[in-house]
Design a protein around this ligand. Structure first.
Ligand code: ZN
Length: 206
């Protein structure tokens, strides 16, 4: 009878499982199950890429999955090659940036029936601290890519063009640069900044 695959036999975009766990610790702060699962998803997407040289990423959730994409591909939020379009689905697409042709990997909820801990995790059936994390990690490794679905997609490139600000102005209130289209004063001074206070500090080392 074949042995269940052990974590050490799994590779994630060329990294061993243990190496990927180390990368998660460094980047994400702790070994979040969602980033581990996300690594398998990115790996599966990369194995199913259509032809092409330059790929961008779309992530359909803000939690965990963006970090797997940023760890394992050149696509980051900062360089603009990763777009987070928060549809609330634990899914990602990698697509050829000029044609939009790509691959989408998602969690197939029908495949979760065999995996009670994974099901509990994805449907948030228990508060986080009540999760049996050892059992969950065991299921993540055993299920590996079997809980995912893979689809071919054609991304509507026009719909995801990032908003280019053509002109900047200096805000008369805060004195900082801002996109002119936002109005007479910047969005921060229009009350959209999240700070309870924001005042001068005498020394940056205080
Ligand atoms: Zn301002």
């Amino acid at each position: 009878m074949p042995m269940k695959s052990l974590p050490s036999e799994i590779t994630i975009c060329g990294h061993t499982f243990d190496k990927y766990i180390e990368m998660i610790k460094t980047f994400h702060g702790h070994v979040a199950p969602g980033v581990v699962i996300g690594g398998f998803m990115v790996d599966l997407a990369c194995r199913n890429l259509p032809q092409g040289e330059y790929f961008d990423a779309i992530c359909e959730t803000r939690s965990c999955l963006p970090d797997a994409i940023q760890l394992l591909t050149p696509c980051t939020v900062g360089n603009g090659w990763l777009r987070i379009i928060d549809l609330g689905r634990f899914a990602l697409s990698l697509f050829e940036k000029y044609t939009g042709k790509g691959v989408r990997v998602y969690v197939d909820s029908q495949n979760l029936d065999d995996w009670p801990e994974l099901r509990t995790f994805f449907f948030k059936l228990k508060p986080k601290k009540e999760h049996d994390s050892e059992a969950l990690m065991g299921e993540i490794n055993q299920a590996h890519t079997s809980i995912f679905g893979v689809q071919k997609v054609m991304v509507n490139i026009n719909s995801i063009q990032s908003k280019h600000h053509d002109a900047f102005a200096v805000c008369p209130l805060c004195g900082e640069g801002y996109p002119e289209n936002d109005g007479e004063i910047c969005l921060g001074c229009q009350g959209k900044a999240p700070y309870l206070y924001c005042e001068a500090q005498s020394s940056q080392e205080d």
